[in-house]
Design a protein around this ligand. Structure first.
Ligand code: FEO
Length: 597
């Protein structure tokens, strides 16, 4: 591949690598870049990883077009670029190795020779003419090893930038957002050395750069001020994007609930971007880049062994190692008997430069309650006070009542736990494909039916008709099959899978076999194939709207003050309905209640 008339690309793509540098996931692979400059003299710029020796040598031989290389320029000694120096030196004995003095010392460590008889040591500002192309060298210590040099080719105005401006990802992988993986790469690998990157940016600021050739990632030709600007922001620990990173660990889900609740509050309070990371399950390098990307960070963790949860400790230590600074930090702690996570997290970050702690800290002692919910709200308000609040018009565009306009049918799902039959009312059912027929059924994880379907992998879907009376909903919807045998003493009919289908009040049933389950947090979605299907009557299907208008009795709210469940009519008496209230009858959430008028 030609970069200019005389500069060729001879790098390789690695799609087999599991972890770059033994720790960073690289789902899109990695590129080890190497270049060749044709002129009166021929220069090769760096080698590649040891797993690609022959692929690289083949490319080199092809681009040499029968010539011999005069120089091997070694910008960086990390093995992903230097592994083939000795192979090259043996194959091309006339070539001179060009590097910094520190790099030659490292060659001695790696290869047992510092090429004393055929080397050229270069320093800051030295030049190497190849013909019309001239390389000017810049030392760039700690970007990201001490021996690093960069070179500027004056004729074509190309900066060979070593690891700077590199990114994760092979060059043949699709990538429409350079910054995403370049940021994760920068903060993971170079981020500690902001001062050194600043010094380099100063050095190259007077150069007329048309192209940047890094050792990883694509060749950058257009919009160079964008890339240089991001490096300026990153290396000065500035805020790149207005927003808040929320990073949590959670043992039993309560801290997770708090982190997610806070994230929703931050968004509702006008925060333009909220990034939430589970430090135990998500890529921690993503969390690190988010912590540096945004101006504010919320840390939520549990007290654990009189310490903090290990993933949070690792995360904070990683931030500190990478020079974390200039940020506002909010803290959420959880501890069932002696919470001290906030104090520990604060202590760990106190040595970092220019960290402002939010005044409001959230303390959870097990599960969220009124007091900790209020603290979450106060923290959300404090962290978002400078953001414009959503306008009345924006709020009007977030009307939860729109959800009620989605059409639903109503169904009884029948199952058998091995000892008894069970039935449960479900409304979230949809046929998702027809060749073959696939039906998606969502069931609340709190329901015993969810457990039985997970255990047995089969269910019958009874399609309720408009003939079904309210008693059907009471029987299958308001009590748990864990406690009650809903079919005791009944004569029942069974389909081929052995499960009951209702003899009354349905117009059809489908026997379903679970093919896949998707975890949706509160619900599980079962994607099912259809093993049997029968139409039993011509009656119309019961819809949720029909149920609301014609089946559900009017709630007995006369003389009562409080809230009524729109699903089953249960009345909650009191001034305030708790935000996380669950209807004891039908298990629907507080959002399905309305005030008694
Ligand atoms: Fe790509 Fe620092 O090696």
């Amino acid at each position: 591949m030609r970069i200019t008339q005389d500069i060729r690309y001879i790098g390789v793509n690695d799609h087999k690598l599991d972890l770059f540098e033994g720790q960073y996931v690289v789902p899109d692979g990695m590129a080890y870049n190497s270049y060749l400059i044709h002129d009166y003299k021929v220069a090769v710029m760096d080698t590649v990883d040891k797993n690609f020796t022959h692929e690289w040598l083949d490319k080199l031989a092809k681009e040499l077009e029968g010539r011999k290389p005069d120089y091997l320029i070694v910008h960086h000694m990390e093995p992903d670029h230097s592994a083939n120096i000795q192979v090259f030196a043996q194959l091309y004995p006339e070539a001179v190795i060009v590097a910094s003095a520190a790099a030659f010392r490292m060659m001695n460590n790696y290869f047992g020779t510092d090429f004393a008889d055929r080397r050229l040591i270069v320093n800051d500002g030295d030049e190497l003419p190849l013909g019309r192309h001239v390389l000017k060298f810049f030392t760039a210590p700690m970007i990201h090893w001490p021996e690093v040099i960069m070179s500027y080719e004056k004729f074509d105005k190309v900066l060979f930038s070593a690891d700077a401006f590199g990114k994760f990802g092979a060059l043949d992988s699709y990538d429409d957002d350079w910054a995403c993986e370049a940021r994760r790469y920068y903060f993971g690998i170079v981020g500690k050395y902001g001062a050194q990157v600043q010094a380099l940016l100063k050095k190259v600021s007077g150069l007329d750069i048309k192209t940047i050739c890094a050792l990883h990632g694509p060749i950058l030709k257009e919009d160079l001020p964008y890339y240089l600007g991001l490096y300026q922001t990153w290396s000065s620990y500035g805020v790149e994007t207005d927003g808040i990173a929320v990073c949590y660990t959670s043992v039993y889900g309560h801290t997770k609930e708090a982190a997610e609740k806070l994230a929703a509050m931050l968004t509702a309070e006008g925060c333009p971007k909220v990034a939430v990371t589970d430090l135990a399950r998500d890529d921690m390098a993503e969390a690190v880049e988010d912590a540096f990307r945004y101006g504010k960070l919320v840390l939520a963790t549990t007290t654990y062994n009189s310490e903090i949860f290990p993933f949070m400790r690792t995360f904070i230590e990683t931030l500190k190692e990478h020079g974390y600074q200039n940020r506002t930090v909010g803290l959420i702690e959880n501890g069932s008997w002696a919470p001290q996570a906030a104090k520990i997290m604060r202590g760990m970050l106190e040595g970092c430069k220019n960290i402002t702690f939010a005044e409001n800290t959230v303390r959870i002692t097990g599960a969220l309650n009124d007091a900790s919910n209020a603290q979450l709200k106060a923290l959300a308000e404090e962290l978002t006070k400078e953001y414009p609040k959503p306008s009345a018009e924006d709020k009007a565009k977030q009307d939860p009542k729109a959800m009620f306009k989605i059409g639903y049918g109503l169904y009884v799902v029948t199952t058998n736990d091995g000892t008894k039959d069970n039935g449960c009312i479900v409304n979230t059912v949809v046929q998702v494909t027809s060749t073959p027929n696939r039906v998606a059924v969502c069931i609340n994880k709190q329901n015993y039916t969810h457990h039985i379907v997970q255990q047995t992998g089969k269910l019958n879907l009874n399609v309720l008709s408009v003939e079904a009376p309210f008693s059907v909903f009471q029987k299958y919807g308001f009590v748990s099959g864990r406690a009650v045998d809903k079919f005791a003493g009944m004569d029942v009919s069974r389909s081929g899978n052995g499960l009951i289908y209702l003899d009354q009040y349905i117009n059809a049933y489908l026997s379903l076999k679970v093919e896949e389950e998707l975890d949706l947090g509160t619900h599980g979605m079962f994607i099912c194939s259809v093993t049997e299907a029968q139409v039993l009557s011509k009656a119309e299907t019961m819809t949720y709207t029909y149920y609301q208008n014609n089946v559900k009795p009017k709630p007995q709210t006369e003389g009562k003050k409080g809230w009524v469940c729109k699903i089953c009519g249960y009345v909650y008496e009191g001034d305030e309905l708790p935000e996380d209230y669950i209807c004891p009858l039908c298990k629907h959430h507080a959002s399905d209640f309305e005030p008694i008028k």
